[in-house]
Design a protein around this ligand. Structure first.
Ligand code: NI
Length: 181
């Protein structure tokens, strides 16, 4: 159990399609989830995908608690999601700011579906099925993209918004720091 190194954009592992998990409720899977949680927390992240710590399995974690400093930021339930599938419920996409622990210091606006249903399993094999919208839906789409070798800059349609968080804050383009996924 440890905080792992997060690999960064440019590393070939981040471009690979991750493999499905076949066996649940194993010590190996439990250890992976603990490592991912500790790594996400140590980096103040909102989400993390297994490939970001060099493990090519379809495992993501995410979760955002209400922060009194940012009352507008929506909370997202603490979740371990394995072999996820996303179904689009609301066809429209809307741009929103994203960051990524594998793309440190940068932010960009990414179009994402507003409403989704996602399904998968937790690490014990329990089924998960949820409707999500807004920020929750955005975080899930970002994490699941990691499992297909896609980083958020590849989803951007307007590179005018791509920049360094510090600079975007100073320029008043971004209004408060974001958590990374
Ligand atoms: Ni990310």
């Amino acid at each position: 159990m440890a905080v792992k190194e997060i690999i960064k954009m440019g590393h070939p592992l981040l471009r690979q399609v991750a493999m499905p998990v076949r066996q649940f409720n194993t010590p190996e899977l439990a250890a992976l989830v603990v490592d991912m949680r500790e790594t996400m927390q140590a980096n103040n992240g909102a989400g993390l995908a297994a490939p970001q710590i060099g493990v090519g399995l379809r495992v993501v974690i995410f979760g955002v608690q209400k922060n009194p400093r940012y009352p507008d930021a929506e909370s997202v339930p603490e979740t371990v999601l394995i072999n996820p599938e996303i179904e689009i419920i609301q066809p429209g996409q809307e741009p929103g700011w994203e960051g990524c622990l594998s793309v440190p210091g940068l932010r960009g606006q990414v179009p994402r579906y507003l409403g989704i249903r996602y399904r998968g399993q937790d690490h014990f094999g329990g089924k998960i099925e949820r409707l999500a919208e807004g920020f929750h839906a955005r975080v899930v789409q970002h994490e699941v993209d990691h499992l297909d070798g896609i980083l958020y800059p590849q989803r951007m349609t307007d590179l005018d918004s791509f920049g360094f968080e510090e600079t975007l804050l100073q320029a008043g383009v971004l209004h408060y720091p974001l958590q990374d996924d």
